[in-house]
Design a protein around this ligand. Sequence first.
Ligand SMILES: [Zn+2]
Length: 413
Amino acid sequence: MVSWVAMQEWLDHQQAQMADELQTLCDLNSGSDSVEGLKRTANWLEEYMRPVSDSCRRIVLPDYQKIDDQGTVLQYATGPALAWELGVPPTQAATRVLMTIHYDTVYGPENAFQRCIRFEQRRPDGSLDACMRGPGVIDAKGGIVILRWSLLAAKKFLDLSPFSVSVLLTPDEEIGSPSSSELWGRIAGGYHVAMLFEPAMADGALVSHRKGTGNFTVVVRGRSAHAGRNFHEGRNAVVHASKLAIALNELNGQRPNVTINIGRLRGGDAVNVVPDLAVLRINVRVNDREDQVWIVEQVQSVVQRFQVPDEGFEVVLDGGLGSPPKVLDEAMAHWMKVSESAAALVGQRLHWNGSGGASDGNKLAALGLSNVDTFGPEGGLLHSDQEWIRLSSLPKKAALTAAFLHSIDCREE
Ligand SMILES: [Zn+2]
């Protein structure tokens, strides 16, 4: 018999230590673009996870590409992915679980937001709630702390013998996991379920489904000319890209749950020169797979209409739906039920909500690996310099995570 009360008490006792560990981890900069910071953080994480397992494997990830505002394709390096294998070998395991979260943040080394600050919030009943503000406290370093302590609790209080658990920490989620995507593709088929440690919603809700999202870049090339001497020989790439932007914007409203955001348009330099280059960037959001197919076709066809080499314009489209929609299908409904019975074991009640934001859970779901992706902490204002965490959610979500591990049973399959 598992003593859930004893486990919960043990975890609650570790809250101060969890908070200290989180503070150290968040004070360590690991902005997605800082390879040095990512490597330093990876070293720290390897040590940090040692009580769970000393089998850390570093996976070198491929470089990723980005198109800059000059329309040039550039290569960028990222940090390593870190992997640990726990439990019995996968071939002998009745249940294979992937526990994963990213260790990069949106705050680079040049960002002013670098250090954690503790504060207290008054609850409606007048009592004080210990909180901490800091870069990555909920997105997603608090999730790493929860992941670690849930496994320590599982080792101490649970019998997970038919299990094989892979832990994977990745360095590039905040930029769309361009380097990890290939790795996901290779490993997703090997698991029954994945658990991700993204933050819960502001009200504590877990996420049942997520919109799909993707970025497109269009490089528009025209012909440059002197604005006075031979204006009419020029082909203005900024004007062409602006017309293209308006045409893409008109896709809004054609389907109820599809949005296209014209996010950025860069081009031109001196005002007396007809610009020969413009780079347009758009972000799209969709609810389901039909919308996904529709928007990709629409963007391609609109861009194709502006491909008019005879008139002196060339356009190149790059990008796509990097994070397909994560829908509430039958498999997801099953794992939501499992989560709810797990929560009941540790005296918690779950509620669910949809989210407009994507996570790596979208990518894994699209690869056929069902997942619950919000085992991370409670708090709010992520991606801002006000990002904060409710510290009591660290032991709370660690208990839920351990209970979920206990509640997974794939043996009949
Ligand atoms: Zn994020």
